[in-house]
Design a protein. Structure first.
Length: 222
């Protein structure tokens, strides 16, 4: 089935209506017809826009994943920082409406099938970051790529859970600081090696991946 994305406001309204019904009468007991009536759209429109009852829960995740794919498909001077920025883009989206995100989280936690799909969704983020690093840094050790992708994903999810399980806003600066620590663990990040206009003096941490060393030297020399 081909699924098309509705405008953001319309999608949010349908998602909110569905989450209300799931909270009131349970996920399994709620029908697509009920969601369609509550959100003021036809049954056929719902299926055309979302595909199914499970899909409406994860509609935002699908949209964010596509946004991140588009972002990482463009050129970035620092691939490691680009992965961190992709994480920040995703976090800003969910933090913009924390109450809606918390309602979704509560529904997912109560339905085993939705929890399993959430696990798959998290892996999609990690795989996206891993594949991007391998494209952006030819010759990178696959272990470095998958390790950094897993670390950024884990850091992102840790901070996001603070937002979802609490009652207060968790500013994006919390995630930014955590990602800076992740960059430091790998010895990467733009601040790691100061630039010099006259002389290139290359000093790299032993833990820095060889592919990143090669990238920095290539950028300085060219």
């Amino acid at each position: 089935m081909s699924v098309t994305s509705p405008p953001s406001a319309a999608r949010t309204a349908v998602v909110a209506a569905a989450l209300d019904l799931f909270a009131q009468q349970g996920f399994e007991s709620t029908t697509v017809d009920q969601i369609a009536r509550a959100s003021g759209i036809s049954r056929s429109t719902f299926f055309r826009q979302f595909g199914g009852k499970d899909d409406v829960v994860f509609a935002d995740h699908d949209a964010v994943l596509q946004t991140l794919r588009d972002y990482l498909d463009t050129h970035h001077a620092d691939p490691w920082e680009a992965v961190c920025e992709a994480s920040l883009i995703a976090y800003r989206h969910f933090a913009a409406d924390p109450e809606l995100a918390r309602r979704r989280y509560a529904v997912v936690r109560g339905v085993p099938a939705l929890r399993e799909r959430e696990i798959v969704m998290v892996f999609q983020y990690e795989r996206l970051f891993d594949e991007y690093l391998r494209r952006a840094l030819p010759g990178i050790d696959p272990l470095d790529a998958v390790s950094f992708a897993a670390l950024v994903t884990a850091v992102h999810n840790h901070v996001l859970r603070q937002l979802l399980r609490g009652t207060k806003r968790v500013p994006v600066s919390v995630l930014r600081r955590a990602l800076d620590k992740a960059l430091a663990r790998f010895g990467v990040g733009d601040a790691a090696v100061p630039a010099s206009e006259e002389l290139v003096v290359a000093v790299f941490p032993r833990r820095m991946p060889p592919a990143e060393i090669a990238r920095r030297l290539r950028d300085e020399l060219t």
